[in-house]
Design a protein around this ligand. Structure first.
Ligand SMILES: C[S@@+](CC[C@H](N)C(=O)[O-])C[C@H]1O[C@@H](n2cnc3c(N)ncnc32)[C@H](O)[C@@H]1O
Length: 215
């Protein structure tokens, strides 16, 4: 069953944004909005001055809420997800149409290099909402993130994740891939009260950079 969820973002100066997201009620992880997507979407909105005119790649985008917010505030956005997931791409396309944004949509499986990935312009921001949930994928995810950040000292990976487990393996892999966390935000400190009520889990947002920017 397909539904459309509505997401509202309010600014202190009275400006606001409404985003519609197409969702399909199936078990596939990429077909509905996860709490981490809502939190990262809010973070992008609150940090919107950083995104205007920037190139953004969203990894494991699923329904793509953070990427769509970035596109609405003026970023050039590539929404990506696991390559063999046509229904997710079809759903992303519907969401782009609903919001009148022209995001590029690409298959990108973490840890795999193909012509599409090598042709992508290196982004200013890599976004990933709830992409750290299965520890067997962490190494591949960080390999891809490290590739995008390595040659760009300004490039930042911004990820929202639930505090489930696996912290030790994340720290180890960050070291392995020469990445470091430059900012850690508890979403309780940034979410407006109405959104806080809807989020029952403990979610953090990390900003991550490469420590080998010249490589
Ligand atoms: C928990 S869902 C989060 C979806 C969306 N970011 C959100 O927060 O609503 C994880 C997403 O990562 C994608 N994913 C999982 N493993 C992947 C891989 N190896 N390569 C690329 N994408 C992957 C899934 O298809 C799914 O869309």
């Amino acid at each position: 069953m397909r539904t459309v969820s509505e997401h509202r973002f309010d600014g202190e100066g009275g400006d606001s944004l409404a985003v519609s997201i197409s969702e399909v009620m199936k078990e596939d992880y990429g077909l509905y909005v996860w709490p981490c997507g809502i939190c990262l979407g809010e973070y992008v909105w609150q940090q919107r001055h950083r995104f205007a005119g920037a190139t953004v790649i969203e990894l494991g985008a699923g329904t793509g809420l953070p990427g769509i917010v970035a596109a609405k505030v003026g970023a050039r956005v590539i929404l990506t997800d696991y390559k063999l997931y046509p229904e997710v791409f079809e759903n992303m396309r519907k969401t782009c149409d609903l919001n009148n944004v022209e995001c590029e949509i690409q298959g990108l499986t973490w840890g795999e290099w193909d012509e599409n990935l090598l042709a992508m312009k290196h982004p200013r921001f890599v976004l990933g909402a709830d992409v750290l949930y299965d520890s067997k994928d962490f190494d591949d995810l960080f390999a891809t993130v490290s590739y995008f950040l390595a040659n760009n000292p300004d490039a930042t990976f911004i990820t929202s994740y639930e505090c489930r487990s696996g912290h030790r393996s994340i720290e180890f892999l960050m070291g392995k891939w020469k990445l470091c966390c430059t900012k850690l935000v508890d979403v309780c400190d940034i979410l407006p009260p109405l959104k806080q009520c809807a989020i029952s889990s403990s979610i953090l947002i990390a900003e991550i950079k490469s420590i080998r920017p010249g490589v």
